[in-house]
Write a protein that binds this ligand. Structure first.
Ligand code: F6R
Length: 248
């Protein structure tokens, strides 16, 4: 389950090739995507691979995990903005192929319900890419989110707001709420890869490894997924027993 790579670049290289392979084998693949610092090298590698190999991506559909409530797509810290900057624009995807939860819709309840339904209507997620918060969140499913949750609005924990404060000019600007795919939406994906890089993720990796399957640790739900693995760099793997790591 835990695959060890020499560096974040090595993970990005491997994962971008896997993503390209999925899109080539299944031209109408449905991809679940994440944002955050961890994904930046992955998307940079994927953009470069696509530039070199020029696959036909016109049948691909994407669904992002989450969005901040209150940030419009034009806001530089919105996940909509991030995705267009790092991936969608460089890949030349058109808006019909892209799905992101709406952080500024008036009827959030309806938006949530429709988002999970849209994933199902698209045929379900063939692949879900995940990062992880230092408190074990996946998407923005904070500790104690029910494992049977679908897309919902969540109040961000103080821990998450502090972690993500680095992207904003000051801490008060970090949104208090987000809309996120639920844990059930993620668990329904056919294949899930969670990426953790850097020393600041070492503790949560140890926590995940030691945790029972319990809503206290959202990522622990994935231990029950039949096709799930974690990609780690040396720093994030620092607190894991060597014998559970498979070196790539
Ligand atoms: C982002 C998301 C979050 C991040 C997590 C780690 O779409 O779903 O779960 O993956 O907060 O963020 P980084 O990579 O910035 O450490």
């Amino acid at each position: 389950m835990f695959y060890l790579f020499s560096s974040p670049e090595a993970i990005a290289n491997h994962l971008s090739q896997r993503l390209l392979q999925i899109m080539q084998e299944k031209p109408d693949a449905v991809l679940g995507l994440a944002t955050g610092s961890t994904m930046e090298p992955v998307y940079a590698h994927l953009v470069e691979l696509v530039r070199l190999q020029k696959p036909d991506l016109s049948g691909i559909t994407t669904f992002n995990l989450d969005e901040y409530i209150g940030l419009p797509p034009s806001h530089p810290q919105s996940y909509n903005y991030y995705m267009h900057q790092h991936l969608f624009n460089p890949l030349g995807l058109n808006e019909e192929q892209i799905n992101l939860p709406c952080g500024v819709c008036e009827n959030q309840e309806q938006e949530c319900q429709e988002y999970s339904e849209r994933i199902k209507a698209a045929g379900g997620l063939d692949f879900q890419l995940l990062g992880i918060g230092t408190n074990g969140h996946i998407g923005f499913n904070e500790p104690y989110t029910p494992f049977d949750s679908l897309t919902h609005v969540i109040e961000l924990s103080e821990n998450t707001r502090l972690d993500n404060g680095r992207f904003f000019d000051n801490q008060d600007e970090v949104p208090t709420h987000a809309i996120t795919m639920g844990i059930k939406d993620i668990m329904d994906a056919k294949e899930v890869v969670l990426v953790a890089t850097g020393e600041h993720k070492a503790q949560v990796m140890a926590d995940l490894f030691n945790s029972p399957v319990d809503e206290f640790m959202p990522a622990s739900a994935l231990k029950q997924h039949g096709n799930f693995c974690v990609y780690l760099d040396e720093a994030a793997a620092g607190l894991l027993p060597a014998n559970v790591l498979k070196r790539i």
